[in-house]
Design a protein around this ligand. Structure first.
Ligand code: ADE
Length: 235
C-alpha cells in the first residue's frame, strides 16, 4: 500500500505513522508513506492557502489552487495514477471496518486533510472520490482522521500484523464486539480470571467467548446486536 497525505502538517502525519506497528510496516517495505505540504503550493509569497468564504460567515476556507497543486504533485507518481482520493470531513460517510476492508484492497490512496472551515467545494468535486467522517463530532483538522483511517487500513494488509497480533478474531470481524480477555496472573486485586478460561477445554472456551461477545454487544451496542441477530435469523 502506498499512502500520500496532502496536509498542512506533514510532521504530524510522519511522526505518528512512523511509530509502532505502522512504522514497522514502513520499515519492512509493506507500506510506503509520502506527504505533500499544501503550504508549499501557496498562491503567494506570504504562504496563503485560505481565504474568506463567499456569502459570509465565520472562518476561512482552503482555496482551490493550493489543494489542487498539491494533488497534482502527488499524481506525478506513477503509483498514484488511478488511485482513490479520500477527503476527511465531518460531512462524509461514517468510517467503519467494512470501509477499512474496502480501502485496504487498493494499491495506493491519496488522503486530503482539510483545515479552517473546510475546503472550497469546487476542488473537492474535481479531485475527491470518497468523503469519510470518523464520527459525529468536529475536529480542528483532517490529520487525526487521516491517521485513524490509515491505521485501520494498514492493519488489514497481509503481513502488517504479526501472528500474535492477528486481526481475524476481533471486534467487528463477526459483527460482534470482542469478548473480554485476560492474561497472567490468574488473580489480581481479588479479581479472578473466569475459571473456564483456565480449564483447557477449547470447546467450552469458545462457547464462553461467544456468549460474552453477544452479551457485551447487546449491552453496549444494541443497534449492532440487532443487525447481528437479523443477519443470522437468530431470535
Ligand atoms: N475533520 C474534522 N472533523 C472530522 C471528522 N469528524 N471526521 C473526518 N474529518 C474531520
Amino acid at each position: 500500500m502506498h499512502f500520500t497525505v496532502l496536509t498542512l502538517f506533514p510532521e504530524l502525519i510522519r511522526d505518528t505513522f512512523m511509530t509502532g506497528i505502522t512504522g514497522r510496516a514502513v520499515a519492512n517495505g509493506l507500506i510506503t508513506l509520502d506527504t505533500v505540504n499544501i503550504r508549499d503550493h501557496a498562491v503567494n509569497a506570504y504562504g496563503s492557502v485560505d481565504d474568506y468564504t463567499y456569502g459570509g460567515g465565520a472562518g476561512m476556507l482552503m482555496m482551490c489552487e493550493p489543494v489542487y497543486n498539491a494533488f497534482a504533485e502527488a499524481k506525478k507518481k506513477p503509483e498514484n495514477k488511478d488511485c482513490r482520493v479520500v477527503y476527511l470531513t465531518p460531512v462524509g460517510k461514517t468510517f467503519d471496518e467494512d470501509t477499512a476492508r474496502d480501502l485496504s484492497k487498493e494499491g495506493s490512496l491519496i488522503l486530503l486533510c482539510g483545515h479552517y472551515e473546510g475546503v472550497d467545494e469546487r476542488v473537492l468535486d474535481e479531485i475527491v472520490t470518497d468523503r469519510i467522517s470518523i464520527g459525529d463530532y468536529v475536529l480542528t483538522g483532517g490529520e487525526l482522521p487521516a491517521l485513524i483511517v490509515m491505521d485501520a487500513v494498514s492493519r488489514l494488509i497481509p503481513g502488517v500484523l504479526g501472528n500474535d497480533e492477528s486481526s481475524e478474531d476481533e471486534s467487528f470481524g463477526n459483527g460482534l464486539l470482542e469478548y473480554p480477555q485476560y492474561t497472567r496472573p490468574p488473580k489480581w486485586h481479588d479479581r479472578e480470571v473466569p475459571e473456564i478460561l483456565l480449564s483447557g477445554d477449547h470447546k467450552k472456551v469458545d462457547q464462553y467467548r461467544m456468549r460474552e461477545a453477544r452479551r457485551k454487544t447487546k449491552e453496549l451496542r444494541p443497534e449492532l446486536y440487532g443487525e447481528y441477530i437479523k443477519k443470522r435469523g437468530i431470535f
